[in-house]
Design a protein around this ligand. Structure first.
Ligand code: B12
Length: 375
């Protein structure tokens, strides 16, 4: 088969202790090649796969081809993120997540495994030999995990927190379409003196994680997830409206945003609200922020800290993009967080940030330390 065109260069953050441009590592080259050629690699893998299915009619073959290309591109984007950060666990997590959805997606483990192997062979055949080893290594480690997938994810609803019962009732009410009842539970908790922190971390966060798990396993619909999300946004706004916004002029200032393409913004909003509650001067930009705009705004607002959120592992290269853009303009500390950073301990270092935290409460604690260190 024809070889693919050469890969363009990525702009990457300078190594933290060595400012200025630097050579790309083998992992960075490999990730770049996977992302640049995702479409042609996925198309070539789909043809290779379909070659083994002579009995398919043209319509069915076309339907399968389209699905294989969509799946192949997602596999490659996930693989590239794991290769870029040299963290195979990210790809293994993605494959386990896929495995938990086989029933929902009408996929068989044998077909998924075989297709990933075909994708691996296609990478070997089409990409330069120097690029193949990091990709092949991460792919192989992911496949090994797929041969022994973990059990289904367990419920995120705790049984041992003060608000465990409220969280369970709040979710049940929303899944049943009883929004007023769910909001009444929150209002009652507020009236009884429950703090925002507690409501956020013991009700809203686990409920959102849980509805995601239910969707993942095919036990909740997309519409149910949307209803839980929308109502929770409203509940959070009600709770946050009670925060005292009297700021001392010397209070530290933070800009908080999700990276480009990232639609998951409630986690970042929670981080924002707890910064606000802690007396910080805050600027919340929400979902999908272009890196240069974000970095420019941080400078314009005189931020003491930039907090960057990413939920999807495929957005890790964009987190690096934000880090690059901020570092080019200022020395403010950069805190990163979100799902992938909670999966892999030192991922924040790999994207060039100054720290991470597993949740909104800890985010404020770590940020306070970083700002004190920078002063
Ligand atoms: C709501 C939701 C959506 C909504 C988001 C709406 C919105 N306005 O935010 C919509 C419908 C848009 C959506 C879309 C998708 N979603 Co979604 N979504 C969710 C859900 C159910 C809740 C997200 C949430 O609000 N969590 C609650 C917050 C509080 O938790 P958190 O994000 O972890 O944040 C905390 C910490 O991580 C940390 N933190 C977060 N940011 C930061 C930043 C800093 C600096 C620090 C220090 C800390 C920090 O503090 C936060 C608060 O304590 C999750 C389930 C889950 N496990 O989260 C799935 C989930 C994230 N989605 C998922 C998927 C697959 C998707 C889609 C790809 C679905 C699709 N289209 O096929 C798209 C992708 C969209 C995109 N391009 O971004 C998967 C991801 C799986 C994976 N392995 O990556 C999940 C996990 C569902 C699941 N269990 O399968 N989704």
């Amino acid at each position: 088969m024809a070889s693919l065109p050469p890969t363009p260069t990525l702009s990457l953050p300078p190594a933290p202790d060595r400012p200025g441009p630097r050579e790309l590592t083998a992992h960075e080259h490999a990730a770049e090649a996977l992302l640049t050629h995702d479409e042609s690699l996925a198309a070539a893998a789909a043809e290779r796969w379909l070659a083994g299915w002579d009995e398919l009619g043209p319509d069915e073959a076309q339907r399968m081809r389209l699905q294989l290309v969509v799946d192949g591109r997602e596999h490659l984007a996930q693989l590239a993120s794991a290769v870029l950060t040299d963290r195979a666990a990210l790809f293994a997590d993605y494959l386990e997540w896929r495995a938990s959805r086989y029933g929902v997606l009408d996929l068989s483990p044998a077909d998924e495994h075989a297709y990933l192997e075909v994708l691996g062979h296609t990478i070997e055949e089409h990409l330069p030999a120097s690029i193949v080893p990091p990709a092949a290594d991460v792919l192989e480690r992911g496949l090994r995990r797929l041969r022994h997938p973990g059990s289904s994810p367990a419920s995120f609803l705790a049984t041992d927190t003060a608000l465990a019962h409220t969280a369970a009732r709040y979710l049940d009410a929303l899944l049943a379409g009883e929004q007023p009842e769910a909001l009444a539970l929150v209002r009652r908790a507020v009236a009884e003196g429950t703090s925002s922190r507690q409501l956020y971390l013991e009700v809203f966060q686990p409920v959102l994680h849980e509805v995601g798990r239910l969707w993942q396993l095919g036990r909740a619909t997309v519409s149910q997830e949307h209803e839980v999300t929308q109502t929770t946004q409203r509940a959070m706004a009600e709770v946050a409206a009670r925060h005292d916004l009297g700021r001392s002029p010397g209070a530290p200032r933070v800009v908080i945003a999700c990276v480009g393409g990232e639609q998951h913004e409630l986690g970042a909003r929670m981080v924002h609200d707890l910064f606000e509650l802690d007396g910080w001067q805050t600027h919340f930009l929400g979902a999908d922020c272009p890196p240069v705009d974000l970095a420019d705004l941080a400078v314009r607002r005189g931020a003491d800290l930039v907090a960057v959120s990413a939920t999807r592992s495929v957005h890790l290269d964009r987190v690096r993009g934000v880090v690059t853009a901020v570092r080019e303009r200022s020395n403010v500390p950069i805190l990163v967080g979100g799902r992938p950073f909670n999966l892999v301990d030192d991922l924040w270092r790999q994207v060039g940030a100054d720290g991470t935290a597993p949740d909104a409460e800890r985010a404020v604690e770590v940020a306070t330390l970083l700002v004190a260190q920078a002063a």
